[in-house]
Design a binder for this molecule. Sequence first.
Ligand code: 3HC
Ligand code: NAI
Length: 692
Amino acid sequence: MTATYREQGDIAVVTLNNPPVNGLGYETRKGIVDGIQRAIDNDAIRAIVIIGEGKGFSGGADIREFNTPKALQEPWLQTVIRIVEDSSKPVIAAIHGVAMGGGLELALGCHYRVAVAGAQIALPEVKLGILPGAGGTQRLPRILGLEPALNMIISGNPVMSDKLAGTKLFDQMITGDLLEGAMTFARSVADARPLPKVRDIKIQYPNADGYLQFARNTVRAVAGPFPAPFKCVEAVAAAVSKKFDDGLKVERDLFLELVQTTESKALRHAFFGERAASKIPDVPADTLLRAIRSAAVIGAGTMGGGIAMNFANAGIPVKVLEAKQEALDKGLATIRKNYENSMRKGKLTQEQLDKRMGLISGTLSYDDIGQADIVIEAVFEDMGVKEAVFNKLDHVMKPGAILASNTSTLDIDKIAAFTKRPQDVIGTHFFSPANVMKLLEIVRGAKTAKDVLATTMALAKTIRKTGVVSGVCDGFIGNRMVEQYIRQAGFLLEEGCLPEQVDKAIEKFGFAMGPFRMSDLAGNDIGWYIRKRRYVEKPDVTYSKIADLLCEKGRFGQKTSAGWYDYKSGDRKAYPSDEVNQMIIAHSKDLGIERRKISDQEIVERLVYALVNEGALILDEGIALRASDIDMVYLTGYGFPLFRGGPMFYADTVGLPNVLMSIHRYAKGRHPEAWIPAPLLSKLASAGKTFN
Ligand code: 3HC
Ligand code: NAI
């Protein structure tokens, strides 16, 4: 049973018991209604307590039920709440852990609410692209007041129960055992009549219309492509202007409208995608993890410094090893500077800064790091240098330590073979800046032990990253796909585009940054270095030569104040460069290409479908475990627009036959070799199926 009923003397206790978070699925909803009815039918019962088993009161509607018939199967949550509210005996919500979404809405339908400190109270629906659909937009403003309620509804952010202790939301804060406290409270109100109902409270707010208009303007400015925040304001406006039941109807209609939107589906896809990514089919969830209480990082450069910060931020002591004192000093100084910048922005206190810097120490000696539970290598991207480092690590690290490499392109299996313990070796591919970017690609070598993989996955969560497993291949999931995207960007220049047009088109589609601005930021020399290797290793792969010509001019990007664009000192803005644009036009001429006007639609399709096609190969080869993993890589590491759900999800929404048709069309262009449809894409398209 996902909701149980029992009687304790004159009090009935309905316990929500639907792990993991007491989602209000059909059976649970039915269990609550049955429980209330039984309590009403028994004359010996004077009051009813609803409480949650385990983690909290309730995380809200069971989002696994969305878009399934069960979601709309009576009793709906609205019906449940009406039955609770209409109960002739007082119903008391006893809250701990979380009361979110429908969980909070259920509590608001109760006559009384008691809570312990430390519970997270929220209406987070907006984060899933919807709005509270079971009275939350009508009841929360009534009990908390218009402004605080609207803030909670449009931000979706939790507020701690202790902070709400003085408000009408909680009739009593309980110290000690929650159930005991709730039952004592229940007895104290058992005979109180009439029963208080939130729906009866009048919203008092001078000039509510003016405030709501201000809220609409603010939301319009910040919500971007997401429709939900604006609709939240509309639903709350109905709470102010309409009778309670009419307001409920407005809320319900808006909810049903939003739940069908692609934006909401994309957000829910990302929510589940993030959680699915941590599940590895052949690694049981109860795999015994190795303890990670200390860490070491080799190399204090761009990546090493950021990686070390992640450990310190999570309270894990970390030693940073460098080859030379000067490089070490520079690396540690950069870390301090980063923290100081955060402090200046008010994101960190001096005390936190001191604590974090106190957890980071530098060394030049491998003898100092041997006892670390995990070591992450972030030295130059050169197999010879990696070999020397891993030989050394094999020699000094204690048995059972995890040996990780931050390589972005090199073969983890070869790196593992430099040691006598390949089972302990794994790839941890952070993204720059490593202390900021959410993505962590976790590269599973052929011999990586399951507990090493599970531990690294858990570590990702500890350091607040989205861990996604990738198999070993050139570029892993993210960079292997982005190479196809960058290739298309290069071909577009040859055929008629300028960098600005390409960037603008894909930024309008929703990418945080177009390929040329991104390349200028990362350093054009990195791609050049990789291409030079490719020209030898994979001579068949075609690239536009424009990027090489750019690098031959020393235009490496922001760091040289010149790349695809010009830069002014102290200014990160990209200014279109006449020199580069002339070079591009001249190169087309050299190739005998008559430049043509290319539409934004073509630009977007060629860039995005290049990602999708490579993603399909990656999926087919088992490099990615599931399509949503690829989407998570792109949402968290490459600035793919969240409202489009990631490349594979986006392809699903476009329709795979449509994607395939475009690919066939582009294959008739100048580079058919770049448009060979992935067999999986063709297969799914002809079967009428989707990636996700
Ligand atoms: N329904 C079903 N499953 C849910 C869920 C929900 N509402 N919320 C979380 N879960 C599942 C997760 O998918 C995950 O499952 P897994 O273990 O199989 O991967 C598990 O619960 C644990 O989730 P987290 O890893 O996120 O655990 P945390 O302890 O970090 O966080 C939480 C718990 C704060 C409740 C967080 O999960 C969360 O924010 N959940 C979303 C809550 C939400 O958005 N509720 C609103 C739902 S919509 C609604 O109520 C509509 C109504 O207005 C009509
Ligand atoms: P970097 O050049 O900024 O830093 C490398 C550091 O390693 C230098 O400080 C150097 O002194 C040190 N070093 C070199 N050999 C050493 C040795 N034998 N022992 C100890 N220290 C040594 O390089 P960056 O950018 O930090 O890259 C490091 C690794 O991370 C590379 O494998 C790279 O491919 C990978 N990576 C880089 C990303 C980026 O955006 N820069 C993104 C993801 C991965």
